[in-house]
Design a protein around this ligand. Structure first.
Ligand SMILES: Cc1cc2nc3c(=O)[nH]c(=O)nc-3n(C[C@H](O)[C@H](O)[C@H](O)COP(=O)(O)O)c2cc1C
Length: 328
């Protein structure tokens, strides 16, 4: 499978863009464990144009994580085109446009999934960005605004006509936010539309190797994008790839190795930010990792881990946890 001139292996797995999660430290880890493409978190076009320092930092890319897409959001074509030109200077493989973010501060202002309410504007932005940069432009969006306006079939063709190189579809509407199950049948219909030529990337609720394999087989997508299931578990890509090759769905790393990866990620986050912010940033991963799920009498350690504010204490706590004989 190819997106523009970038070649991907069979059954490619993409790390979904996630705000405050997919920073370089996490992207590099996911890449190491087999993610075939990574995305930055979404980046505000307006903030980029205003040269907000923290926003500019989000453009940092390392060669080891390539191919990488820089994702932008905004609600005006001129601003998005200008931001894309700025982002292109960071030399990503792709510029990705976010037309899927459902949160109020974004969609409520007419950006992200808010553009599912104004398709002409979405198409205007897409064309403007495609014309503004030499890089291939991709789009990530949802099925539609709500249950009564699942426009993705027609929208996919319209976006393709604007010249995008690939389309990622999260199988929910904006109204659903993250509720309910992702509906992959419509993603499959878009993929099977004979007028669609560009690669279709399916996204939503892929949490196991079996489900990832099913998404390829049943819906025929060109790539599967994994989001939340990778938080605190960047090795999920390796587990999925192992399953594709061998049909074996065993855990890829031992308990101790998994703890080691968690610690490595904390160190990388500290390196990227600083000790205090790196530890705070790691808490989401610590809270969600399956490594510490279901360990009997773990509550106190868990609370202490999520409160630890220095590296020595945090590592001591992690080191003190032994593999449970049973999980509850
Ligand atoms: C914490 C978090 C942050 C997210 N930030 C973004 C983002 O910046 N850009 C985007 O396109 N989607 C974002 N998403 C949506 C994910 O990319 C993905 O579409 C969604 O989580 C569904 O996939 P999943 O079921 O594999 O998690 C975010 C999701 C989460 C949970």
């Amino acid at each position: 499978m190819k997106i523009s001139n970038i070649e991907f292996p069979d059954k490619p797995l993409f790390l979904a863009p996630m705000e405050d999660v997919t920073d370089p430290a996490f992207r590099l880890l996911c890449k190491r464990f087999g993610a075939d493409m990574v995305y930055t978190e979404f980046i505000s076009a307006d903030a980029l144009i205003r040269s907000v320092k923290r926003t500019e930092q989000k453009l940092t890319i390392y060669d080891e994580e390539r191919p990488v897409a820089i994702q932008l959001y905004g609600r005006e074509a001129d601003a998005m085109a200008e931001a894309a030109r700025i982002a292109a200077e960071a030399k990503p493989e792709f510029i990705d446009l976010n037309f899927g973010c459902p949160v109020k501060k974004v969609a409520g202002k007419g950006a992200g999934a808010g553009l599912l309410h104004d398709i002409p504007k979405m198409l205007e932005i897409t064309s403007a960005v495609v014309n503004a940069v030499k890089l291939p432009v991709t789009v990530k969006t949802r099925l539609g605004w709500d249950e009564d306006s699942k426009v993705i079939m027609e929208l996919a063709e319209q976006l393709q006509d604007c010249g995008i190189a690939a389309l990622a579809i999260h199988g929910r509407t904006r109204s659903q936010m993250y509720r309910g199950d992702a509906d992959w049948s419509l993603i499959g219909e878009v993929k099977n539309n004979s007028r669609m030529i560009i690669p279709i990337i399916g996204n939503g609720d892929v949490t196991t190797p079996e489900r990832a394999a099913e998404c390829f087989e049943r819906y025929g997508v060109d790539a599967v994008m994994v989001g939340r299931a990778s938080i605190g578990r960047p090795w999920i890509f390796a587990e999925m790839k192992q399953y594709f090759e061998t049909g074996i769905s065993a855990s890829f790393f031992t308990f101790e190795e998994q703890k080691g990866i968690i610690k490595e990620h904390i160190l990388a986050s500290i390196d990227w930010l600083d000790e205090r912010r790196g530890i705070i940033h790691s808490r989401r991963h610590l809270a969600l990792t399956p490594v510490f799920k279901g360990i009997p009498n773990f509550k106190e350690t868990r609370i202490a881990m999520l409160r630890a504010d220095n590296l020595i204490d945090l590592f001591q706590l992690i080191d003190s946890v032994n593999e449970p004989e049973v999980r509850i």
